[in-house]
Design a protein around this ligand. Structure first.
Ligand SMILES: C[S@@+](CC[C@H](N)C(=O)[O-])C[C@H]1O[C@@H](n2cnc3c(N)ncnc32)[C@H](O)[C@@H]1O
Length: 177
């Protein structure tokens, strides 16, 4: 994946939407035992599912689970780590196999993106996978694109990678589209 090229063992990263923990496991594997992954979700079910996946893969030790929205990212990530977060991944929408009405929304996603930008390390990357099929998904994807355009510059470029399903936004030193 694109994110993989940006990661080294020992780095600090964020999974802004735990869901069932696939991205958390990927990040934990990449940063290794000396790295740190901060994982956010507003549903206990998502954090439980993520924790059990991490345990199964022997990667729970380097992960901090935060039972709070990613719009509190600046508060929840220790100040000493601000400016040192190498990657922040967002996977928007609802929890697969969970409550389909509890989706991410622009009101919290947009401030979370600004906070992700604020904690990012020089040379770091933010990715946002946005689904457009559920109610509000299309509007949220448009809002995300506008917000990422605002946050681009100062060494970060926005790429928009479409697909028949979700759209992938990448804010990184390099372009991918
Ligand atoms: C599409 S899922 C994530 C899928 C996940 N990356 C995976 O690998 O399974 C979206 C998740 O975002 C969570 N969510 C919704 N609003 C949130 C918020 N404000 N902060 C953090 N997570 C939120 C939902 O509870 C849901 O678990």
């Amino acid at each position: 994946s694109i994110v993989e090229q940006y990661l080294q063992p020992g780095q600090q990263v964020v999974d802004a939407t735990a869901g069932n923990g696939h991205d958390s496991c990927f990040l934990a594997r990449q940063v290794g035992a000396r790295g740190r992954v901060f994982v956010f979700d507003i549903q206990q079910q998502a954090l439980d599912s993520t924790a059990s996946r991490l345990r199964d893969q022997g990667q729970a030790a380097q992960v901090t689970l935060v039972y709070r929205g990613h719009e509190h990212l600046l508060d929840e990530i220790p100040a000493t780590d601000h400016g040192h977060i190498q990657a922040v991944m967002f996977n928007l929408g609802y929890l697969p196999h969970g409550d389909k009405t509890r989706t991410t929304t622009s009101a919290t996603t947009l401030p979370a993106l600004a906070q992700a930008r604020a904690v990012l390390a020089p040379g770091g990357i933010i990715t946002v996978l946005a689904y457009r099929g559920h109610p509000g998904g299309q509007e949220e994807a448009q809002d995300v694109e506008r917000q990422l355009q605002r946050l681009a510059g100062e060494g970060l470029q926005l790429s928009v990678i479409p697909s028949p399903g979700p759209v992938l936004f990448v804010l990184a030193p390099e372009r991918y589209d």
